[in-house]
Design a protein around this ligand. Structure first.
Ligand code: PEP
Ligand code: MG
Length: 596
């Protein structure tokens, strides 16, 4: 935090959801309560305290189940699932039994016992390196806070109806926002933005805000203590800057940024419905990557021609048990209905490695020594047939609601593809036996994201209907670098000759077998590579919504022929650095105005 001479105060937080907002602060008391601490004099008192704890736990569970029922209707199942995870924590022996033990053995009151256990559990999570899991400390805190508030008779939740009484256009400021708060606040887009003292980019609030395109800053230190309700607050969700009571000049700057965003938005809308065809008439379909169903409207608004990758493992967000067939079905049906006749590529669960945002159950599963090389994705599904069957039956049932395609991740060879197809076949038989309808012809494809699959692409192409190249993993496995490890991130080079060759081989194999080939890794959405990918003759690129207009502008102003010529020059060079330099120069020279 830094006070400026002018009286405005600046906080440097973490940009959690891009965009600029200016509005009056609406502070929410989400700070930790000071709670009573006392020793219990006798057994009667410990018994009474156990009773109070039991009631508070039951009340907490009831509150969460009520919120869940409301948000399941309005927000979709994934957001309801996180509330289930919180409910599971309320029953977790590590929380409940330990608190009970402290009450009995140490004779301390229930509030104190819960706080002590929460503190201990949070410390255990602190040692975990993975950002995602570290941030799950916040969930333990939310759950503990709910129980303590209930013990003390405090109001726990924003009333979902109260969402309407939060003034439109305000910036919500709070110590932290729970998933329950997030679902209420993010409804109807009436909130201009939000700021929290704690949290990170993968906190639930941040994920929901990004999906809704509501600007937000997390990790802003003591913002909630120092910002008063009604203060004027300006936030930049890209840089993480928060300015309280900005000067006229600062207000002007923020308004300018908002105006620029609006102009960019309008420019985007102008090209949204134009076809993505190069100047030499090559169509490169631009599709969207999807994690949450809330992102569908944004994908459509940015001109996505379909969904090239639906990362369904996000249905597991913070839960302990796999989604049921019904949950899968409802989620996919909703996405298909929103997408109309556009293709929707449902990737089966890519669980395992660091891909599983697991809830409390994560502690029960042993971590593999090399998770990225372990039981992940289709390997995990083939070992956990019930999980796989539930998903495939859900997929099939949803298939009658739109243009559905199913895609298996991490395929490394034909045997795995055949096994996965056999499970799909079993799911078909099961539904047929039950008399449940499903689409007769569902294209079945694979992610090409292991070097093994890329080099066996000709064999694989003979037995599937489409490919999608997952460069995030293809690069990880080709370069032998853990994609989470910053120490080796310098080797993450999409233009490395080995990657280019694998892409080229895969595309040629697909086209020889007359099947289409897309790319859905981050490389697909980076406009710096668009000309190269056009030259490599991919049929589709799938990316986050915000990149679609930019990539479209490049495709419409480029020719596939130029892309092929550029590739020829690239192949003559020797190192990834040389190739990158050439591509950057070429792209700057041709599209400097678009790339900025
Ligand atoms: C990829 O590996 O490129 C990909 C798109 O899948 P994910 O990032 O989900 O592993
Ligand atoms: Mg992948």
């Amino acid at each position: 935090m830094s006070p400026s001479k002018s009286g405005s105060t600046v906080f440097a937080g973490i940009g959690a959801s891009a965009g600029v907002a200016l509005g009056r602060a609406y502070t929410l008391d989400r700070s930790r309560l000071s709670f009573p601490k006392y020793r219990l004099p006798n057994d009667d008192e410990t018994a009474r305290e156990q009773m109070r704890l039991k009631t508070a736990l039951e009340l907490s569970d009831l509150q969460l189940s009520e919120i869940k029922a409301k948000v399941a209707q309005t927000e979709g199942p994934e957001h309801a699932l996180i509330l289930d995870a919180h409910r599971l924590m309320l029953k977790d022996p590590m929380l409940v039994e330990e608190a009970r033990r402290l009450i009995d053995e140490e004779r301390i009151n229930a509030e104190w016992a819960i706080r002590r256990v929460v503190k201990k559990l949070k410390t255990a999570f602190e040692d975990i390196e993975d950002d995602y899991f570290r941030e799950r400390r916040a969930d333990i805190e939310f759950v503990g806070d709910r129980v303590v508030r209930n013990l003390m008779g405090h109001v726990v939740d924003l009333d979902p109806e109260q969402g309407d009484s939060i003034p439109a256009g305000c910036v919500v400021v709070a110590h932290d926002l729970s998933p329950a708060d997030a679902t209420v606040l993010m409804r109807k887009g009436q909130v201009a933005g939000f700021v929290t003292d704690v949290g990170g980019q993968t906190s639930h609030m941040a994920i929901v805000a990004r999906a809704r395109e509501i600007p937000g800053v997390v990790g802003a230190g003591r913002a909630s203590e120092l910002i008063k309700r009604g203060d004027l607050v300006a936030i930049d969700g890209q840089t993480g800057q928060v300015v309280v009571n900005p000067t006229d000049e600062q207000i002007h700057q923020f308004q300018e940024a908002m105006r620029r965003n609006l102009v960019a938005e309008q420019a985007m809308l102008r090209i949204r419905d134009l076809p993505t065809v190069s100047a030499d008439q090559v169509h490169l379909a631009l599709l969207g990557n999807l994690e949450f169903m809330e992102q569908v409207p944004s994908l459509l608004a940015h001109g996505a021609e379909g969904i090239g990758l639906y990362r369904t493992e996000f249905l597991f967000l913070e839960r302990d048990t796999p989604p049921t067939e019904e949950e899968h079905y409802l989620a996919y049906r909703s996405v298909l209905e929103q997408m109309g006749s556009r293709p929707v590529t449902i990737r089966t669960l890519d669980l395992g490695a660091d891909k599983v945002p697991r809830g409390p159950g994560a502690r029960k599963r042993e971590r593999e020594p090399n998770p990225a090389l372990g039981l992940r994705a289709v390997r995990y599904c083939l070992k956990n047939r019930d999980v796989f069957m539930a998903q495939l039956c859900g997929v099939l049932r949803a298939s009658v609601y739109g243009n559905l395609r199913v895609m298996f991740p991490m395929i490394s060879g034909l045997t795995e593809l055949r096994e996965a197809r056999a499970v799909l076949e079993r799911a078909r038989e099961e539904l047929t036996r039950q008399g449940v309808p499903f689409a007769p012809k569902i294209p079945v494809g694979i992610m090409v994201e292991t070097p093994a699959a890329a080099m066996a692409a000709d064999k694989l192409a003979a037995e599937c209907d489409f490919f999608s190249i997952g460069t995030n993993d293809l690069i990880q496995y080709s370069m032998a670098i853990d994609r989470q490890n910053r120490e080796v991130a310098y080797l993450y080079r999409p233009l490395h000759i080995s990657i280019l060759r694998q892409i080229e081989f895969t595309v040629k194999a697909a086209h020889a077998a007359q099947i289409p080939v897309a790319m859905c890794g981050e490389m697909a959405g980076d406009p710096m590579y668009t000309l190269v990918l056009l030259g490599l003759e991919l049929d589709a690129l799938s990316m986050v919504a915000s990149q679609i207009p930019l990539v479209k502008r490049i495709v419409r102003n480029a020719t596939a022929e130029d892309g092929r010529k550029l590739l020829e020059q690239m192949y003559k060079l020797n190192t990834a650095e040389e190739i990158e330099r050439l591509v950057h120069q070429e792209m700057k020279a041709r599209f400097g105005d678009v790339l900025g």
